[in-house]
Write a protein that binds this ligand. Sequence first.
Ligand SMILES: [Zn+2]
Length: 1034
Amino acid sequence: MAERGGRRPGGLGDKIFTANQTSGTGTKLKPKMGNGQGIAPPASKVTDFFSQGQGKRHRNLGNAIIGALREAHDDGRDCKVVTSQQLDHSWDQTDSSTNFKILEDGVTAQRLEGKGSTDAVRSKKAYQSGCHVFQIYWPKDEWGSHASIGCGTTEVPLTSPGYSVLIGSTVDSWGWNVCEKKLYHGGKECGTYPAGRWQLGDIFYMILNLQTGNLSFRTKGNKDLGIAFNNLPKGDTALCVMASATSGNCRIRMKYIGSEDILQMRSSQRKDTRSLQEPMQQTYYTFHSRCGKNTEVLFGGKMARRKEAEDEPDNGVVLTSQSLEDGEPFQVRLNSKVSRWRGSLEIGVTTTPADLLDFPSSMTDRTIGITYMWCGDVVYMNGDKILDLDRDLDNITVGDCIGLMVDGDKLYFYHNGCRLPQEVSGVPNVVYGVVDVYGDAECVTLVGTDRSLSRLSTIPGRKEIVHLSTPLSTMMAMRSTIDTLKNTEIESVTIATEIEITILKPYYASDGDRDLRMAYGDHLADLGAAQEFAKLLRKLSEGALSEGTNWQLEQTVRLACWNYSNVSVKVAVQIGMAGLVSIFLEDLDKYGIPKTKNEKQRFVVLSALNILHNCAKASENRQIYRDHQALGRISKYLKSDDREYVMVAALTLSYISEDDKLDLVEMDTRATKQILTVLKKGLESPDLYGRVDESGYSVLELTQGLSCLALNQTNKANLWECGALSLMMKTITKGGFMEKEHAADVVWRLAQHSDSVRTKIRNNTAAMETLTELMQCHSVPVQQAAERALLCIHQVMRQQHIGMPEKKNDALLTCDYRSLCKRFMDSLDLQAEFFNSKYDMCYCNSCHVTRADSLYYTRGEPAMVYGLPIGWCRFGLHIHKSRANALKVFQKWHVAYHGTTVGAIKNIIETGNLLLPGDVAYGGITLREGKGHFNDDWKPKGFDTKNVFLSPSIRYAGIECYARPKKFKDAQSGQKYTASVALQVCIRPNSYKVGKDTVGASQPFDPRIDNQNIEWFTKERGSIILYGLLVKLC
Ligand SMILES: [Zn+2]
């Protein structure tokens, strides 16, 4: 088709195609073919600015992004910013039906009222190549019956009497009737669009891709609705955007966004479920697009996000494009966190603008210009500590706003809109805002000063926000509820509903998404929810069981504790700290074993038992349970007639009983049967989760519980009688590594019962095959467990050995593994004077099985669990006896492990101290500590960033990045081995901090020690006493 059109006299200079000047008169126009009326313009001009010079294009594109995305999230009611580009690419008053008028903003076309016709608008630009994105705002309630949008040439008529679909009525137009969801072209309906049940909102995007010849649409949330037309003419025909309507007063706003890249960019940041969408506020500042290499700046500079935040803690520095204005706060809100890393968001100012800054991995590393950074609870100036603040940024949580304001030479600090009392003076004239999206911080948004400085709890419509249920809005609503609890007198009706809507509903709504549930739980713990729940329950404790609203509140709070303690260790720990354990234990005392069928009483007891069960899993709570004599108070419930009570009580006891007293927890046959019944159900369900009445238990927790409960001789007998063996075999077949390990351990315990049981297992060919096969499992702990079981099954008449206390070293003398480890140790050239063979102990499977020890022990005050170093051999070290006795090291201190390199051992043994990171290369970048992320070459004066890392689990301390393996050739046998070393130590309670793993494991390392608590770190070298050198060869 020949192009037609021509420069409109006196029109906009870059208007390429003019409409037929006679159109829009109300008469039906026939499409006109090109007739030489105008001169076809050079193609390069047709395709607008994208065909222009590279530099120009960039600038234009940049403007388009900022302009368009600043608006991308507004509600469309209000059109604040229109760029000149958008004006150029919007509707053409002179090329539209006269029944449309273009409003003052220049981008909105409004149809006049009361015309019995169908009328169309056409864009100023006609496009011949490239890909073009338009944001369309067309309120749904103004669609009428024939709202249609698409593209067409200037030949397409602009008006038609009666109601019809204009766009698509001709061979040179392609239209989508959004009301009917039908596509039209050449006067024919050609399909339904979009496929599926997508509802279009008031705002959507149209993508005109003339490279591929496709017309497609996306929702406001950037959901791709697919290709509507794939047959647009490429190259020789210029197409305008068109819309037609029949509805009076309807408004169609069109804003040109730019190329499709912009939408791609927006969609990429939605991959993460925790990335957040919400209206952007107008703020004075924007982030500069030059930023740290692991960072992306989004939404026209309003948002900054650290990419792959789980993998790298740093390279998240962003600066403002603008220098800070006096009195104009620079403020960001933390949108999301990752559940790794220590240290968090940092904020500050610097004299170096973004385009001159060589972006460092963290802002505290930089050395040019003048930089003030608020890190943790300290302000640094070029790395020197200059001020303590009474807010610690390492404790902020999702939804918190932190900010700075310069005024003259003063710098002020804000947290959630409150100015801190401290200030800095002497700040240079021109500074830029800096945010270091560091550590557990993942994403921040620049926020304006209006709303964010007021209390969040005053935002109306919270219920609707939750209904929208983006993770951020949900977390904000939770925050608002907890704030309300903290700050106001409680009216139980309102607050019960509030908790239900903002805290419980999101839990139920995220069914199947355990990570999201955990994130919600962790967030609630960060907010201090458990303390508030404890306050509420105390207030309710009088007359709690009365009718009416108090009961609703009681129920809601208990359900919140019950559910969230199940998914978040942080919540479980906080419930312990908040004193809730004693409240729930009191419930147990108060109601005893409910005999009546009182539903409320039953709920109170059952919720108490279940929460106690969940919280017992957190090892930090061990001492709290001990202090409250929880063992005895829960044990009563083993005698209940209610199967569910018995079951949850038994499992709780399996956690809290000290490992050397576990054999005191004795169940009767009914309880044993109940647990096995639920386990059977769990094994039959695809998610390995057994449900009973109100509660559910995973196969994992059931088998773990059984592996502990099977220490008791009566339980062993009952389990054997009730057919536990076959269920364990089923667990081994169906379960994951942890389940397999526990199941093999249960078999090991059963085999300890008697010769007759061992004989029976030996004669069970299927079971023996399963166990033997398990020795080939990829997981070393599973292999070890299988070997333990098999070793024990093959033991004959060793009854007198089993169950006896550690007997001095008969076994050691005959253990080949121990001899091998000794030969390796001798190769290290360590002086014999350091060692005390009295404490030598081989933890190889055969020595361990012979001793019939537990796998875990609880030591110290407060009580803390540690795991035996199975698979390792310990060589005792001399300790300072009188010092150890005076400090009661073996009674009061905790036991932990420290993995290290073979090369470092000599130094450690000789100094008697563990080496600090930096002394020894310590496992790579993941081990950069604390809030500092400083390094040896550069660190603030007097700032000790060095920590010693330990773990109560050898499975963690012994991983390769800590205990680096080294090749060892045994001279005696000529065999080659891989050797690892670690230290077993006593460490003073409260001298260390507890943290999550820093190697980024997605699976638990240790069944009894949660990844959240698996890493201990300290700077206090004097608080660690080395007492064993551990060696592992494989
Ligand atoms: Zn051994």
